[in-house]
Ligand binder design. Structure first.
Ligand code: G3I
Length: 367
């Protein structure tokens, strides 16, 4: 290579480094391949006979959303969590409004406690969630910021939060519920102020902050084959085609015994997402029951849990984790969010197994 060509190459490389280091002067797509799913370090297997141990025998992750206050105040909660699960996800304490309550203030205390608990118990952590319209803080929504300012705020939030837990959070819900129930981009301060590319930016900046984290788009009502799941598929397909470092899709799975995706539709959806090179996590499984629950509804609930995990295990190369939106009915948010419903999780308020727990255990045991 002659001197002139070498000089040109050096200029191109330096320009590339300069551009990729740019953070708020507009959207800089990542060059090169999108982040392929990073194989995570397996969590400790746990005690034989537990869900955690049985899942580990399949190379499968089983987790629960964690109520930060319960973790600190209820010893039985903490013991059950570390015994039965290999993955934890914060139910609330890493959301934008909670962890970044004002522009100059971050509140990491509860998030640190959860990450430290996971480290101490050989568990993995899913981060939830960097961007969600319902948890955009008032200071962002009312700040009347321009495009460059919003990009700076978004970049700084993601770089600070993801950077703090670099190497300690194996997967992030980067963008949560960016599509409305019609499959259109949901109105929010970022879409209005930056444009649709806010999604690309969020993933790009999360990847820059922790290149080894598996980055997810997470949503509800997109678990089976439907207009919503088609919209999710098209959204993430576009991200992949633009070289955005998305590694997976989270299927929330907030369902009832009469309203849930069929096993066939869930399988088809997992397979088509895997066809994009993406990993799938079931991220927020809960099967809420009309109250009061009874033996019949609890058995029907158990069947839904079994159908979901059976489908995942049959696709375990792509569907790598089943995370429930809590562990015990004692702390479930369902009664507050869905009045008249409850009993959505696999352990009762005394942390004793329900039929759903036994159904998961049987499925993981190959029964
Ligand atoms: O911690 C405060 C407490 O100090 C205060 O006294 C109380 C009354 O205002 O509010 C408490 O915060 C509440 C928080 O849950 C903790 O309980 C918030 O108001 C309440 O909005 C928040 O609800 C959470 C909701 O997301 C909104 O962030 C639910 O617990 C949580 O289960 C739910 O989870 C979402 C996922 O993140 C995304 N997918 C849907 C799922 C269910 O809605």
């Amino acid at each position: 290579m002659n001197t002139s060509a070498r000089r040109t190459l050096v200029v191109v490389i330096l320009l590339g480094m300069l551009l990729s280091g740019c953070q708020s002067t507009g959207f800089i797509p990542l060059t090169g391949d999108p982040a392929l799913p990073t194989p995570h370090t397996p969590p400790q297997a746990g005690t034989p006979g537990t869900l955690r141990y049985l899942a580990s025998q399949h190379g499968f992750l089983i987790g629960a959303a964690v109520d930060a206050k319960a973790l600190q105040s209820d010893p039985k909660y903490a013991q059950t969590l570390s015994r039965e699960f290999s993955v934890v996800v914060p139910e609330n304490v890493m959301k934008f409004a909670e962890i970044h309550p004002s522009r100059q203030t971050y509140n990491f205390t509860a998030a640190d406690q959860l990450v430290n608990f996971a480290s101490a118990n050989g568990m993995l952590v899913r981060g939830h969630t960097l961007l969600w319209y319902r948890e955009d803080p008032a200071w962002v929504k009312s700040g009347n910021y321009n495009k460059t300012q919003l990009e700076q705020i978004l970049h700084d939030h993601i770089a600070t939060v993801v950077g703090r837990y670099k190497g300690r959070i194996f997967a992030w819900d980067v963008v949560n519920e960016a599509l409305d129930d019609n499959g259109n981009l949901r109105d929010n301060v970022w879409l209005r102020g930056i444009g649709p590319q806010y999604i690309d930016m969020a993933f790009t900046w999360a990847h820059q902050a922790d290149p080894n984290a598996l980055l997810f788009y997470n949503d509800y009502n997109g678990e089976g084959m439907s207009a919503k799941s088609n919209a999710i598929y098209n959204l993430v397909k576009g991200l992949r085609e633009r070289g955005v470092p998305i590694g997976g899709v989270g299927l929330q799975m907030h369902v009832t015994v009469t309203n849930h995706p069929s096993a066939d539709d869930l399988k088809a959806n997992i397979e088509r997402l895997a066809g994009l090179g993406l990993v799938v996590h079931i991220t927020e499984l809960e099967v809420r029951l009309p109250q009061p629950a009874n033996a019949i509804s609890l058995e029907a609930q158990a069947q839904v849990y079994k159908d979901v995990i059976d489908t995942c295990l049959a696709e375990v190369k792509a569907c790598q984790a089943l995370v429930m939106w809590g562990l015990s009915d004692k702390y479930s948010s369902v009664p507050r969010i869905y009045p008249g419903f409850g009993s959505a999780l696999i352990l009762d308020p005394s942390f004793d197994p329900k039929p759903a727990y036994n159904a998961l255990k049987d499925a993981l045991s190959g029964k």
